[in-house]
Design a protein around this ligand. Sequence first.
Ligand SMILES: NC(=O)c1ccc[n+]([C@@H]2O[C@H](COP(=O)([O-])OP(=O)(O)OC[C@H]3O[C@@H](n4cnc5c(N)ncnc54)[C@H](OP(=O)(O)O)[C@@H]3O)[C@@H](O)[C@H]2O)c1
Length: 282
Amino acid sequence: MPSLKNKVAIITGASSGFGAEAAKLFAKEGCKVVLSARRLDRLEGLASEIRSAGGEALPVTMDVSQPEQIENMVQSALKNYGRIDILFNNAGFGRLDWLEVLDPVKDIQAQITVDLLGVIWTARAVLPHMYSQHSGHIINMCSMGGWAAPPLYTIYSAAKFGVRGFSEALRRESTPFGVKVSVIYPGGASTEFQKHMGDNEAKKRFKTPDWLKLSAQDVARSVVGLAKWPRRNLITPWWMVFSGFVNSHFGGLSDAVQAKAFAPYHKFDLHPERSGARSKGD
Ligand SMILES: NC(=O)c1ccc[n+]([C@@H]2O[C@H](COP(=O)([O-])OP(=O)(O)OC[C@H]3O[C@@H](n4cnc5c(N)ncnc54)[C@H](OP(=O)(O)O)[C@@H]3O)[C@@H](O)[C@H]2O)c1
């Protein structure tokens, strides 16, 4: 049975959702966890919870859109624990709306910065230390939106497709030197993600049924499983593999299903001016 005992794991986006749950599980497996995000009060609360359960945790405030803060976080991890074995590169958010409604800076630039550049900068910051140890494992958080891109997910999917390409190249670059790279692609899950999504019409009216949603604990278990049994890619829930397959091989079918599921403008008369233009054009 592979063991994570005494490994040092950095978790970005540890103040809620997948990151917080993964941090608890990594700690339970015996890892020393470095908890990073912007909300220090949340990180400190989580660190005390982990410590009272007998684990070791270091909360470090960090905005992943600021490379110097990432470097400081990595230095704190090294100063306190001397090495870095695992990076769960997870911080991110999605602002999902019609492209022309998204603000160029607050929505578009911010998403690309946090969801893509943040992942790249954090991986880049830990790599030299992993190379010098000749070991390490980077687990990058993607999304099914990084495999099959739904309407209203333009920028989020652009960032997550970027994470996918970045991870594939980095894996091929770093594996010969002992550093593994994995990517996890979860489907919809109940976390605070929804709070930051924006108030777009389609999302207000169309909600993923609860029985289809993963919990943060489900995803955390998959992440810890990946750390124990490294794989290139992990899609969760497993049956979403079919959605990836259909998207790659049956584009027309995937277009129809995704449009119906994510932007049901026919049903709810969203964007009536566009529906008019569409029917005239048809
Ligand atoms: N929930 C889903 O349906 C779903 C599905 C697939 C993939 N994902 C991905 O999973 C990851 C985690 O999301 P979640 O569902 O757990 O959502 P969440 O509960 O909102 O957690 C997001 C985490 O990212 C952190 N974060 C956001 N912006 C940051 C910044 N600029 N600097 C540092 N940390 C930042 C947040 O912390 P602070 O606000 O304290 O900084 C928080 O800890 C994201 O990459 C998301 O794209 C989510």
